[in-house]
Design a protein around this ligand. Structure first.
Ligand code: AMP
Length: 387
């Protein structure tokens, strides 16, 4: 382990996150509670993270002058999302800044081809898939995989962007063309019974921690709701956590890792994708767990012991997308009145757009189904037209 890799960063040191969105914002808030001076490298001066940070450097994350400025201020660096230039992270690490997760973890998880190749070598169960980097590979994928399949761009995809479903062999070439014939993975469509995720953390000393598994519901490929613990029984839950911890170990990651799975009707787990950072499905750990996923990120980054992942209560989280603003500002008072126990999180984004994550609601309830019903009811109360 290099000297930088072993460094413990103590409060009130300055820690920095690359990326200025809601995940960066919640990291900053957790770091501040632990007494750190938390900053951000953000493309926007007034983005969700920069609004609450002690300090910020405005600029793109792979821009050398901005990185230099950031390196001069941050004594330890983490990321809020994986689409960050790996060479930029390596550059920061070479300047003696602990970068956690390290550039290799980010490099693997920012590209679906690299990620699937890594997971397949590890022996992790995956949906049948093929690389598509040429017309020949596309033809092979269509011939060898069961239809329908999904073509996903290898790079820069999130929330279902850069994905297209192919029902029939004749649709494959036009589908790939519409994605710009960039490198893709072709994946069999999984007829899953449920989607679940396991959020785990790995510390500097190799200590690990795993949250209970979350049950996720997606709408239009975007996470809509999470319930934790997922009602999938102890065997599948334990298997998901064990797989996620094994992946974190194999990546050698220091930080938080979320593994998203498909759970098939016959009880098999297939890994869908990795996020080497806190994840939307873990937001409810802010209220529900002894240690939130963001605090774990801070602890891992700073080389501190990880905290307990025990839940104080089952919980549900529902996202608030920009669509809720379509008929005007949501009725916050009505939602808070509907359920005084509900916790409202807004990310400070100035403009709402369809599909844009603006905030979320969390409800704790001894009955996880009731938690979800209450969170959904609170969200319905936000929409004047549907009340
Ligand atoms: P992803 O960006 O790969 O996580 O995809 C977003 C969402 O699309 C997933 O959470 C699923 O709901 C759906 N999806 C992606 N890949 C598949 C697949 N191979 N089979 C079925 N549904 C999928």
């Amino acid at each position: 382990m290099s000297a930088a890799a072993a460094v413990v960063v103590r409060p009130p040191a300055a820690v920095g996150v690359i990326g200025g969105g809601q995940l960066g914002r919640m990291f900053v808030q957790a770091a501040q509670r632990l007494g750190y001076r938390a900053g951000v490298l953000s493309p926007l001066a007034d983005g969700p993270a920069a609004q609450v940070a002690h300090w910020s450097v405005v600029g793109p994350p792979d821009h050398l002058p901005a990185l230099r400025d950031f390196a001069a201020r941050a004594e330890a660096v983490t990321v809020e999302f994986e689409n960050v230039s790996a060479p930029a992270l390596r550059w920061l690490a070479r300047r003696g800044r602990p970068v956690r997760p390290g550039w290799r973890t980010v490099w693997v998880s920012q590209n679906r081809l690299r990620e699937k190749t890594f997971l397949a070598r590890l022996g992790v169960p995956l949906a049948p898939w093929r690389p598509v980097r040429s017309p020949e590979e596309l033809a092979a994928a269509v011939a060898e995989l069961p239809l329908p399949l999904i073509l996903k761009t290898a790079a820069s995809g999130y929330d279902g962007k850069g994905q297209i479903r192919v029902e029939d062999a004749s649709e494959a070439e036009p589908a790939w063309a519409s994605l710009g014939r960039v490198p893709c993975v072709a994946e069999a469509v999984v007829r899953f019974a449920a989607e679940v995720s396991a959020v785990v953390a790995r510390g500097l000393d190799g200590q690990t921690a795993a949250y209970p598994v979350g049950l996720n519901r997606h709408e239009r490929h975007i996470l809509d709701a999470t319930v934790m613990p997922a009602p999938i029984g102890p065997v599948a839950s334990q298997e998901a956590r064990t797989l996620a911890l094994g992946i974190a170990e194999a990546l050698g990651t220091v930080g938080v890792l979320c593994v998203e799975f498909f759970l098939t009707a016959d009880g098999h787990l297939l890994v869908n994708e990795l996020a080497p950072r806190p994840h939307n499905s873990g937001h409810l750990t802010i209220e529900a767990a002894a240690t939130s996923q963001f605090e774990q990120q801070v602890r891992a980054l700073c080389g501190l012991p990880l905290g307990s992942t025990d839940l104080a209560s089952p919980a549900a989280m529902v996202n608030l997308l920009g669509d809720l603003w379509a008929a005007g500002a949501p009725d916050w008072a009505a939602a808070l009145r509907t359920d005084p126990g509900m916790k409202l999180h807004l990310y400070g984004k100035r403009t709402a757009a369809a599909g844009r994550k603006m905030g979320h609601l969390t409800v704790l309830d001894p009955d996880p189904e009731a938690a979800l019903a209450r969170a959904l009811a609170a969200r319905r109360a936000l929409q004047p037209t549907r009340r």
